[in-house]
Design a protein around this ligand. Structure first.
Ligand code: NAD
Length: 267
């Protein structure tokens, strides 16, 4: 799995083709979409138009295990087929349960359908998103198949130390969503600006470098071609130890906070 990928949340379907094509042309090989983003079809068109060989691509999508439906085995398999059809692919590289929705108490049975999908090779790997330690424990108690990935909100203002340690212990890859803190406060903090100036890089680039140094997979999103390229241009420099320590310290500072929903209550 490439350590840096391209996320397409909030990219309208009609723009996704161009955004994905721009990303692939810039050199990204990993694309992160989801059924609920409504842009699997546009993403698939972008993949096809790029001419990049399928075996070079790493495509992730997610089951929208939303509240409108009971998620039994057949519903999961239908949703997966629907995603593959929209993407125009015969397999994805990673399929994720989008949210644990612990109050619905159904992710273990959803995972059983994921085991089938993985066994058939129609998803090369399966994983979860937004799972808390308790959710991972519950899954581990019910299935021998360890999620390959847990995709979670993660950035210097929300560093998720407990989950990262648990993932490392269990061999689960940590994938950071909103790795740039959605391009909001994080990128404007004086501490980040100082590190960027010292390294001659942008704020987004030093934050992405922080992720790479900690071993996270990161999937920044942009629809602006120059930013799409900038966010991938992070392999030619390293942060010094003071910079890493300063970014680590933000997680305990006054601006630290979660941006997205809390998985404990999100339904
Ligand atoms: P992000 O942290 O990637 O921030 C994206 C925003 O930052 C852009 O819209 C833009 O405003 C800004 N930005 C991007 N590049 C920039 C640059 N170089 N300089 C300045 N500003 C820049 O936020 P995101 O889109 O929320 O997260 C990335 C991806 O993570 C999503 O597209 C999606 O694929 C995934 N995601 C998953 C979940 C989940 O529940 N699993 C939730 C949210 C996002």
């Amino acid at each position: 799995m490439p350590q840096l990928g391209f996320g397409v949340w909030q990219v309208p379907d009609e723009e996704a083709e161009r955004a994905v094509a721009t990303a692939l042309e810039a050199g990204y090989r990993s694309i992160d979409t989801a059924a609920v983003y409504g842009n699997e079809a546009g993403t698939g068109r972008g993949l096809a138009a790029s001419g990049v060989a399928r075996e070079e691509l790493f495509v992730t999508t997610k089951l929208w295990n939303g509240p409108k439906q009971r998620w039994n085995r057949d519903a999961v398999l239908r949703a997966f087929d629907d995603s593959l059809g929209k993407l125009g692919l015969d397999h994805v590289d990673l399929y994720l349960i989008h949210w644990p929705r612990p109050m619905r108490d159904d992710f273990v049975s959803i995972w059983q359908a994921f085991e089938e999908i993985a066994a058939e090779g129609r998803a090369r790997a399966v994983g979860v998103s937004n799972f808390r330690p308790a959710d991972l424990d519950r899954l581990a108690g019910a299935s021998g198949l360890v999620p390959a990935v847990n995709q979670i909100e993660l950035h210097p203002l929300f560093p998720q130390d407990e989950l990262r340690a648990l993932h490392a212990e269990r061999g689960i890859t940590t994938e950071a969503w909103s790795p740039l803190g959605q391009g909001k406060e994080l990128l404007t903090l004086p501490a980040v600006a100082a590190i960027a100036a010292k390294h001659g890089r942008s704020a987004a680039q030093v934050v992405l470098r922080w992720h790479l140094g900690h071993g996270h997979v990161a999937i920044p999103k942009s629809v602006t071609p120059a930013r799409i390229r900038e966010n991938l241009d992070v392999f030619g420099f390293e942060l010094d130890a003071d910079a890493v320590a300063a970014l680590d310290a933000l997680g305990a500072g006054p601006a630290a906070r979660r941006i997205g929903p809390d998985p404990a209550v999100f339904d």
